[in-house]
Design a protein around this ligand. Structure first.
Ligand SMILES: Cc1ncc(COP(=O)(O)O)c(C=O)c1O
Length: 389
């Protein structure tokens, strides 16, 4: 059980806001903000490099915290500035050849899909779009049927940016493994709201960001790459952190997933993210997942009873992201009016979910995303406000 009073006390902005934009950027809990500010202050007083060297021991806990969060090994974790770059670093390095085929679903994150299109064009790859089943999630039977001798990669987004859907990532992983595919899982919206176990998921690559449900600072992200893949695939590009220059014609990659990192990075952010993972693990991911799922369901139910509101979430399993539209009001206009009332939500436009929204005839939706520190009372006030606007 999560002590809601305590986590709200750690989140001072709760007093002034209804923050239902955790899928955009959550509010940092106090220990995260304090760690971030502490390191920035240290940089100011002793210098950036000097502050980093004082924080050296703490910085290495980045790997152990994420390893524990994901049930991975510490040397399978890298610090990357956001989820998109983490995904790119792995994807662009894959040894894909002209004619190789990639499985993807309409729920794939926009930037990942752009990467797929970019590389399809430049390297002569083919994308096979797996249809959705009747619930809106990736159709696993159809996916299996699409796998052919040239299929190399499954790229799947666990929880899409544009709705409450949770894709069956572990089941997809079992199929990918049985068929010898590389499996890249975008866990950007699931990390921090759903308990993740890379062994159970069966993914070779998992990417995520700090600022969303993990409640870390902006400008931070992480990458998991399975040990077996580290031995066979090189990153898309390397620098002096990712490799040692060993001779006039040679280099040696850094051990483990550190080879996916940048030399220059946001050190204070990394420290903040360490504290964010520690905070989440302290509460327990299963407890977080249960509470977020319950609040998401309660929000859907509350909105469904508001006249003129249509909830649009899909999926056999749903999470804390709730998407809806209100008759007679555009999504951006509704979000702006909510903001005036100190209620934070975001808007997902068709351009960010092109395949999915165009197939469903959706132009834009309001996205309200709850976290464990939100309350049933806030949900009630939110639904009343949406009704009254
Ligand atoms: C599912 C998903 N993947 C990836 C990203 C990209 O994350 P970042 O902005 O940290 O690169 C987002 C951001 O909204 C997302 O929702």
């Amino acid at each position: 059980m999560i002590d809601v009073e305590a986590v709200r006390a750690d989140t001072p902005a709760c007093r002034d806001l209804i923050h239902f934009n955790n899928a955009g950027a959550s509010l940092m809990p106090r220990p995260v903000a304090e760690a971030l500010h502490r390191h920035l202050a240290l940089e100011e007083t002793v210098g950036g490099y000097e502050a980093e060297s004082r924080a050296e021991a703490e910085l290495t806990t980045f790997y152990t915290e994420f390893a524990a969060l994901l049930n991975a090994r510490a040397d399978e974790i890298g610090y990357v500035e956001n989820a998109t770059r983490a995904w790119d670093m792995a994807f662009y390095g894959l040894p894909l050849k002209p004619g190789d085929r990639i499985l993807a679903h309409a729920s794939e994150y926009v930037s990942n899909y752009l990467g797929l299109l970019h590389q399809a064009k430049r390297r002569g790859l083919e994308i096979d779009l797996v249809p959705s089943d009747e619930t809106g999630q990736i159709d696993l039977a159809a996916m299996e049927r699409l796998i052919g001798p040239r299929t190399r990669l499954l790229a799947l987004t666990h929880v899409p940016t544009q709705g409450g859907l949770v894709n069956p990532a572990a089941e997809a992983g079992r199929i990918a493994k049985a068929q010898g595919l590389i499996y890249m899982l975008d866990a950007c919206q699931s990390a921090g709201q759903i308990a993740l176990d890379v062994q159970a998921l069966g993914c070779d690559v998992l990417s995520g960001t700090g600022r969303k449900f993990l409640r870390g600072p902006r400008g931070t992200g992480f990458l998991y790459v399975r040990r077996a893949m580290l031995d066979t695939v090189e990153p898309a590009f390397i620098d002096l952190r990712a490799a040692d220059w060993t001779g006039s014609g040679s280099y040696a990659l850094a051990p483990g997933a550190r080879r996916y990192e940048n030399w220059e990075s946001y050190i204070a952010g990394r420290i903040g993210l360490i504290h964010a993972v520690r905070y989440a693990r302290g509460l327990g991911l299963p407890a977080i997942e249960a509470r977020v799922r319950g609040l998401g369901a309660a929000l859907r139910e509350a909105l469904a009873s508001v006249q003129g509101v249509a909830v649009h979430d899909q999926g056999a399993v749903k999470c804390g992201i709730v998407t809806f539209a209100k008759a007679g009001e555009s999504a951006p206009a509704l979000a702006a009016r909510l903001r005036e009332k100190a209620i934070n939500v975001s808007v997902t436009a068709q351009s960010s979910a092109l395949l999915d929204f165009s197939a469903r005839g959706i132009d834009a939706l309001v996205r309200a995303s709850v976290h464990y520190y939100n309350t049933e009372d806030e949900i009630g006030r939110f639904a009343d406000t949406v009704a009254s606007l």
